[in-house]
Design a protein. Structure first.
Lengths: 102, 819
């Protein structure tokens, strides 16, 4: 069952950048990609737990700021040669408001 | 019904299987593949047979493709089945045991056969070649029973065979028909050095000797030579060369010359459905015997057979880089030279190093290197590029480049290293990882290796070593070219991108990527580079693109391993006051800073600061941002100078403080560190900085391009001046010249090496007008950087982070269940 929770206005995330969202004990990175698409993953790189929200967005990937691991935001999979994955959260935008599904 | 095309390959060796790998890479579903191999082993690395014979490695270790690989890729593998006939009319091949296979496309990859000299007695027992695993096994067996071995052929293979036999406890004599060992690769001096080295290891030689007969009843007992003398032996290895194996091709009417003749797409000229690759193929008159060209051929073949488009093979220029019994040898081009030819030589008989370069009009025509081959690949590249080496010729034999770890030590570290030695300390990549990626992954450039293994992907300190591993693994030179593209997102290099930004007056990162045809949306390499170039070239008309800043430069704080940040305020020239120290201490206490550290750059680092605390902390500090995280001026290190020091000749502290204030807030291609020492004792360690200034009686020495990091580089003297005004002006001109011509992420040391100290001197010291123009451009830029980034963010924070929202997290008041 979906559990859509309002996060923020889309405008509160600068284009091609991210915001960190704290929900309970979990830190989530919410990215605003080209074409005003929004993706959300746990803000914790599977490698050395780098804060993904501070990384550079490259297309639909995020590059971890600590050691440049490349993580695909769609499915949370880490790009080779590294291995791993991060938890992803479904997102939607309605009337300029960003929602996350928990 | 299966509609895949049928692909049959005869031969299961390195070149052929590489072609299959390339085909699978290009189109995994196009063919049903069947491979026939005459040997009973899956594809193995033939180059590594000598270490197997020498007992340094095992057969299992040199297998490149396990049988599982064939299964995984749905390849039908027939081992130990020799094809006896190709029936081109029926489009099928028949093996000796009657197995038949139909094909739509056929690849002949039958390699070559060892050449046995047809002298009387060559078919006696105990006479053999050294070509495959079975030969290897036979030699090991023979060594158990017999004691005296002879090897005919003083080329690479012969010497390796003899070395292996020595290791197996046999006496080994090499018989060579020429005076010089390895005369195809070495001149007489290098050949003699090699001989002396091998003699020390116990090898015996008979050079300039022709063998006329193999003696013995059933088994070989000795050799008879042309000069009438004899040699006793009970094992004879013939290692006089290879001949392309083209019997099958000839029998079915394919045109053969020295090998099976192919066009530039590796198709046989007779039948376009049949391809050939490897040692059996003759391309434009040459049948190659080295791995690298064969791998290139394999790529072209795969391109053509899968209909990917036109990629032609145009032949290869080859160099030889070898290691024979622990001795490194490199040669390329016309290394013999003719009498009176222009050449430079370096000879160290005791140290066992010899280098010779043949030049024509200051361009390299050929080279031989013995003992120290570290620069071989670089010289080879220069030779191919037709580079004018008039500036390098006086020093190049000492070191071409100072490139990488090995450039310093002058020995080829790469080949010496054990497999488990860590090559890339940043990412924990071992030599074996790198070599595997080259051999099994088929990689041929450092960029590919970095993408695949991460080696040389972080600090880059091991880049030279990775290049050497490439060269020593493939046996041919591969050197990153100066003109490589910035990254995989574009085909353009730094200079081309800068040129476009300038001529088209492009001021937005996104605009540049779309105008210049970027693939994708850029990455952490190209976007920060473009952002820097725009800001440097159009200071008045551009805006910093924060989405193209790496975390540190975006946050104006240094991200640490746990995701917290460190805060380092400017302490100009490293000189502080009790009030300032108390302020720092108060702030550290208030925000529970877990670690306070004095840095190497004479300032104070507050570590472990939470992102939310950054702005409030900066506000409380009320000090300027120290840029300790960015490609900017870090510190100006100073000694106490003449104000206090009894040896001090100049007031270094005041000058250092002044320079740091003048150069604050400037982005550079890479980080920049300065130091000012008050006297030649140089307590501020100015000679390993980007700009080092040392006070002398009546003036200052300015030296530049130093680095104390991965590779220690001492500065080179730029000039000596009398006044601090001149120091300031020349330092500014130098740094602006670096800003304008440096590549993003290129420190001043490699930049200075690249553009040359003399040209820098001419521009920033000798040409007064140009110097002033450089300084004026720097001042124009500085005028735009009028606010401290911390102050700017503190002001924004008080308005609720309107502009810099990345500092403030959004809190959703719910409990989330962790899955």
């Amino acid at each position: 069952m979906s559990n859509w929770i309002k996060v923020c206005q889309l405008d509160e995330i600068p284009p091609a950048q991210a915001r960190t969202v704290k929900a309970g004990d979990v830190m989530i990175a919410v990215f605003r990609l080209t074409g005003d698409r929004v993706k959300a993953v746990e803000n914790r790189c599977p490698h050395k737990h780098g804060p993904l929200a501070e990384g550079i967005i490259s297309g639909d990937d995020i590059l971890c700021p600590l050691h440049n691991w490349r993580i695909h935001l769609e499915d949370g999979q880490v790009a080779a040669p590294d291995k791993g994955c991060v938890k992803t959260y479904p997102t939607k935008i309605e009337n300029g408001v960003v929602f996350l599904d928990f | 019904m299966n509609d895949k095309k049928k692909l049959v390959m005869i031969g299961n060796g390195m070149a052929g299987v590489r072609a299959i790998e390339e085909i699978l890479k290009a189109n995994p579903d196009m063919f049903d593949i069947t491979i026939f191999g005459a040997e009973r082993y899956p594809n193995y690395n033939r180059i590594m047979l000598s270490p197997v014979l020498a007992g340094d490695t095992t057969v299992e270790d040199i297998i490149l493709n396990e049988e599982q690989w064939y299964t995984d890729n749905h390849i039908t593998l027939h081992l130990g089945k020799r094809i006896k006939e190709i029936q081109r009319g029926y489009k099928q091949v028949i093996a000796e045991d009657g197995t038949k296979a139909k094909y739509d496309n056929l690849i002949i990859a039958t390699g070559s056969n060892p050449f046995i000299i047809p002298i009387p007695g060559h078919d006696k027992e105990g006479v053999m070649a050294f070509r495959d695993i079975d030969d290897c096994d036979a030699m090991v067996e023979a060594a158990k029973k017999y004691k005296k071995a002879a090897v005919i052929g003083g080329g690479l293979l012969g010497l390796e065979a003899a070395k292996g036999l020595l290791n197996l406890g046999m006496e080994a004599t090499v018989i060579h028909d020429q005076a010089t060992l390895m005369n195809m690769q070495l001149d007489s001096i290098a050949g003699d050095m090699l001989r002396a080295d091998l003699e020390k290891q116990g090898m015996l030689f008979k050079t300039s000797t022709l063998t006329t007969e193999v003696l013995g009843e059933k088994r070989v007992t000795g050799l008879k030579f042309k000069d009438g003398s004899n040699l006793d032996c009970d094992l004879l290895i013939m290692a006089v060369g290879i001949r392309p194996n083209m019997a099958l091709a000839k029998d079915c009417g394919l045109f053969c010359n020295r090998g099976i003749v192919v066009n530039d797409y590796m198709q046989t000229v007779t039948d376009s459905s049949i391809y050939t690759v490897g040692e059996c193929a003759e391309h434009r008159g040459i049948a190659y015997g080295l791995v690298a060209p064969l791998f290139e051929q394999a790529k072209v073949l795969a391109h053509m057979i899968t209909g990917q488009g036109l990629k032609a093979y145009e032949g290869s220029v080859v160099s030889t880089k070898l290691k024979i019994s622990g001795v490194d040898v490199f040669s390329a081009g016309d290394f013999m030279g003719t009498p009176g030819v222009d050449m430079i030589e370096l000879m160290d008989k005791v140290g066992g190093v010899y280098k010779k370069i043949i030049l024509e009009d200051d361009k390299i025509k050929g080279l031989v290197m013995f003992g120290d081959t570290a620069d071989g690949p670089t010289f080879f590249q220069w030779m191919q590029d037709g580079k004018d080496v008039s500036e390098q010729r006086s020093t190049m034999l000492f070191s071409a480049s100072g490139l990488g770890d090995s450039g310093h030590s002058g020995i080829d570290l790469a080949a010496e290293m054990a497999d488990d030695t860590v090559v890339c300390g940043c990412n924990g990549v071992t030599k074996k990882d790198v070599v595997d990626s080259i051999v099994k992954g088929g990689l041929t450039t450092r960029k590919e290796i970095t993408a695949c293994t991460k080696a040389a992907g972080s600090c880059g300190g091991c880049a030279g070593l990775v290049d050497q591993l490439l060269a020593s693994t493939l046996g041919t030179a591969f050197v990153e070219s100066e003109h490589d593209p910035i990254c995989a997102c574009t085909d353009l290099n730094h200079e081309q991108v800068k040129e476009q930004i300038k001529t088209k007056k492009l001021t937005l990162v996104r605009e540049i990527m779309s105008v210049l045809g970027w693939k994708g949306e850029g990455c952490q390499v190209c976007r920060p580079a473009i952002n820097y170039y725009i800001g440097m070239m159009w200071p008045e008309d551009s805006q910093d693109d924060r989405s193209s800043r790496i975390a540190n430069e975006k946050m104006h704080a240094n991200i640490q391993k746990d995701g917290t940040f460190s805060v380092i305020p400017r302490i100009y020239g490293g000189e502080t006051t009790p009030d300032e120290l108390m302020k720092i201490a108060t702030v550290a206490k208030k925000y529970n800073v877990p670690t306070v550290k004095i840095t190497g750059g004479q300032r104070i680092d507050l570590l472990g600061v939470k992102k939310e605390d950054l702005a409030p902390m900066w506000k409380d500090l009320g000090m300027n941002c120290g840029y300790a995280y960015g490609k900017a001026l870090r510190t100006v290190k100073t000694c106490v100078g003449s104000n206090w020091c009894r040896f001090g000749t100049q007031d270094s502290t005041s000058l250092g403080i002044h320079l740091e204030k003048e150069l604050d807030r400037i982005w550079f291609p890479a980080k920049v560190k300065l130091a000012v020492s008050g006297c030649p004792r140089n307590c501020a360690e100015a000679t390993i900085k980007d700009v080092g200034i040392v006070g002398v009686e009546g003036g200052w020495e300015i030296s530049t391009g130093g680095n104390g990091g991965v590779h220690v580089v001492a500065t080179e003297l730029l000039c000596i001046v009398h006044t601090t005004q001149e120091v300031e002006e020349i330092t500014k001109a130098y740094l602006q010249h670096y800003r304008e011509t440096g590549r993003h992420n290129e420190r001043s040391a490699p930049w200075q090496k690249r553009v040359g100290l003399e040209s820098i001197k001419a521009i920033v010291v000798d040409d007064l007008n140009n110097r002033k123009a450089l300084v004026a451009r720097l001042h124009l830029y500085v005028a735009q950087q009028d606010t401290d980034p911390w102050a700017e963010r503190v002001a924004d924070a008080e308005k609720g982070y309107q502009q810099f929202s990345e500092y403030k997290q959004i809190v959703i008041p719910i409990e989330v269940e962790l899955s």
